[in-house]
Design a protein around this ligand. Structure first.
Ligand code: QV4
Ligand code: CA
Length: 522
């Protein structure tokens, strides 16, 4: 059986689509949500490459509807009008320049591809798209692609409203409109061809892969047909025969519908495994619950973190603490999610993710907005990126202390998170070992002899001597500070020749966790 699965993995056309093609031993992806291409380009050069980030997930680059009520919501970018590469983030030439410059410093670009639908059915008619392409939502006419009413799914959908009404019905979920968004007929060769042409243009420009939006709403067979038409990656930057990295956005069950914890939806992640990776939404939901200590969860229970928690197989998972939807209550299952609004918990949860070997990890980089809760719902969950009055997105200014200004949060630049992205690279490929816990919320583990991390999420101090397997010497903690020339700017950890080290972490520390790795040794 194992051999059969292995053969399937080797022979299957999509097998290679699970590989992010990271360069120079880099590992973590950062989602620069709503950033302008110009800012992404300079961020690759000045920060991401020097700090070892593997790649960037960019916001959808296609032309989208321009909405004014509410004013320019972030989600207008999930309503395509054409496949012109023209958006709030910049023009086609700015996009090309960004892809080239990021590739030249070994940082990959992954495109958020919205291919399940065009704009909402109530999108109206006219040239109110971000680059002026005319369209008609009521006539389902998008002449710039072109798509006409023949290219949409309505004849297949059997609900009264034409929208998805019951997530328990796999046919509705695939063939009806997701929140009223005009649903593309991906069974048609013509539609597949237009979508593949859009993605191939990006591949030829040098992108390394795609986050494919709303995969649960597309039949795996249709998706396979589209992905099967994709070119290999551009050999100016990638080795010959490289398949684009695919990670499919889907909040799905893994095995059986009676696994109740996700509401009994019938569609299963494994239907999509052969096509690429799949976003593992349980990861952030569970990790948030654990760090918040809700439902009696304890950090010590993460001893079996990963497949042991019923998550999908390691080789299929794309993991994250929060994403652009669930950090603002979009999509389901949001309450437990830890975001930059809870910075202390967020730093710990992201550090845990980056220290743990399971999955390909993605770090969220957000913008701030004014939250306004009424009966537990944020009335401002629609607010778009920091922008000028005319709707143009603001550049990302960098402060003297390396943080970002003008409402850009830049979690990926926070010292603790940046240093853990480096930690993940340093320990890459090493097995998890030397697990220790206090049966409560203090845990520690290592990665071979290359790195070690200790968390104290209890309400009392941690004071313990542990086996780290690290070579003896003095190491800089990369959470309270880092190595700076020949000294540590934060805590120092002394590892004896027997690999043992003493850790003391107060529960009142600004960041109650400590991490050391081979390259933080003095
Ligand atoms: C409204 C009504 C509908 C009505 C329709 C009429 O709600 O009942 O039929 O008008 O036209 C926006 C509005 C939404 C509106 C819709 C269409 O919020 O109220 O429908 O536009 O006009 C993002 C936002 C959505 C937004 C959408 C398009 O989250 O709020 O909808 O962009 O602008 C599930 C899915 C999963 C999805 C997740 C959020 O399985 O795939 O919900 N996640 C992805 C993206 C997400 C994006 C989409 C999918 C759609 O990550 O950001 O939705 O591309 O779990
Ligand atoms: Ca669909």
């Amino acid at each position: 059986m194992k051999l059969f699965i292995l053969l399937l993995a080797l022979l299957g056309p999509g097998a290679a689509q699970h590989d992010p093609h990271a360069k120079h031993g880099r590992t973590a992806i950062v989602h620069l949500f709503e950033w302008r291409w110009e800012d992404v380009a300079v961020e690759c050069e000045r920060f991401l490459a020097p700090n070892g980030y593997a790649g960037v997930q960019i916001s959808p680059p296609h032309e989208n509807i321009l909405l004014t009520s509410p004013w320019r919501p972030w989600w207008e970018r999930y309503q395509p009008i054409s496949f012109n590469l023209c958006s709030r983030s910049g023009t086609e030439s700015e996009l090309r320049d960004m892809i080239t410059r990021c590739n030249n410093v070994g940082v990959n670009i992954y495109v958020d591809a919205v291919i399940n639908h065009m704009c909402g059915s109530s999108g109206g008619e006219g040239s109110h798209s971000v680059c002026g392409s005319w369209f008609s939502a009521p006539k389902k006419d998008f002449p710039t692609v072109p798509f006409s009413h023949w290219d949409f799914n309505d004849h297949k959908c059997r609900t009264g409203s034409g929208n998805i009404e019951n997530y328990g019905d796999a046919y509705q979920v695939r063939d009806c409109r997701l929140v009223g968004l005009l649903d593309l007929a991906l069974e048609k060769d013509y539609v597949r061809g237009k979508v593949a042409e859009y993605m191939n243009k990006l591949i030829d420009m040098g992108v390394a892969g795609f986050r494919v939006d709303a995969c649960k709403h597309m039949w795996p067979g249709d998706l396979a047909a589209v992905l099967g038409r994709l070119h290999n990656l551009n050999t100016d930057w990638f080795s010959g025969g490289s398949r684009p990295f695919i990670y499919q956005e889907a909040r799905l069950l893994i095995l059986l519908a009676w696994v109740i914890d996700l509401g009994g939806e019938p569609i299963m992640a494994r239907e999509y495994f052969h096509l690429g990776r799949v976003t593992e939404f349980k990861y952030g939901a569970k990790l948030g619950t654990i760090f918040r200590k809700w439902n009696g969860e304890k950090l010590s229970y993460t001893k079996s973190w990963g497949e042991g928690w019923g998550f999908m197989p390691d080789g299929n998972a794309l993991v994250f603490v929060d994403n652009h939807d669930n950090q603002r209550g979009h999509g389901a299952g949001g309450a437990a999610i830890v975001t930059f609004w809870d910075p202390r918990l967020h730093k710990m949860a992201v550090a845990f993710m980056l220290a743990h070997p399971y999955g390909v990890a993605r770090v969220m980089s957000s913008f701030r907005w004014d939250r306004h809760f009424v009966n537990g719902k944020d009335q401002n969950d629609w607010v778009g990126p920091p922008s000028f009055d005319n709707g143009t997105t603001k550049p990302v200014p960098i402060n003297p202390d390396e943080t970002c200004g003008d409402g850009w949060v830049c979690e990926h630049r926070w010292r603790q998170i940046k240093n853990m992205a480096i930690f993940r690279n340093v320990v890459n490929g090493q097995p998890l070992g030397n697990w220790w816990d206090n049966q409560s919320n203090q845990v520690a583990f290592g990665r071979g002899n290359r790195g070690f991390i200790v968390f104290n999420n209890d309400d009392w101090d941690l004071d313990v001597t542990l086996n780290t397997s690290m070579p003896g010497g003095t190491y800089c903690d990369v959470i309270s500070g880092q190595k700076d020339g020949g000294r540590c700017t934060g805590k120092q950890i002394n590892v004896g020749d027997d690999g043992r080290a003493h850790f003391k972490i107060s529960n009142r520390d600004e960041d109650p966790f400590v991490a050391v790795h081979a390259e933080s040794k003095l």
